[in-house]
Ligand binder design. Structure first.
Ligand SMILES: [Zn+2]
Length: 180
């Protein structure tokens, strides 16, 4: 295992350990749990862990100097990092914050985020998977309040009906699909 991934492994274990401890403590206190109780406890724990785990793996992409030799697509000169900015990505995991460095070419006066390109992030701030599932849901459920409730109850996501409406309308416009 590489040094970088060894660090990631330790950080991941450290991050999820309190939740696992909480779960084990719950098992100790609940000696004869029903399936329903176990389902609830595990769902609660996994919801707590999944965003944190995704963010740690995403942030690890910045380590190891991967982007240090980023060259300008126009003139080929070495670009310089101008610091990090965060971006929130709505995904099926939940709202995930991605930290990425901005690289700038002073000759061409242009810059970009190499990590965004690696991650193939779309400009709209939604993951491909969430877009796909939301569009599928919108074909079967025309009421955005109900879509919000389904995504929350089944998917554990908290996205408002107005945000879903805006995104679905935009995606359907782009794809020349009828609004309903
Ligand atoms: Zn340049």
């Amino acid at each position: 295992m590489s040094y970088k991934n060894n660090i990631l492994k330790k950080q991941l274990l450290k991050r999820i350990m309190p939740t696992i401890n909480e779960l084990v403590l719950w098992c100790e206190k609940t000696e004869t749990p029903s399936f329903d109780q176990i389902e609830n406890a595990v769902l609660y724990s996994s919801l707590k862990m999944r965003v944190a785990v995704a963010e740690m793996i995403l942030n690890a992409q910045n380590l190891g100097g991967k982007f240090l030799n980023t060259s300008c697509p126009d003139c080929g000169e070495l670009m310089h990092s101008k610091g990090q900015k965060t971006k929130i990505v709505h995904s099926q995991i939940g709202d995930v914050t991605v930290r990425r460095s901005y690289y700038y070419c002073k000759d061409c006066k242009r810059g970009f985020y190499p990590l965004d390109e690696q991650l193939e992030l779309s400009g709209c701030g939604w993951s491909e998977r969430l877009i796909e599932e939301t569009l599928w849901l919108s074909k079967n459920v025309s009421n955005f309040e109900l879509m919000e409730e389904i995504m929350n109850r089944i998917g554990g996501l908290t996205i408002s009906d107005s945000t879903i409406w805006r995104q679905v309308t935009k995606l359907k416009n782009e794809a020349n699909l009828p609004p309903y």
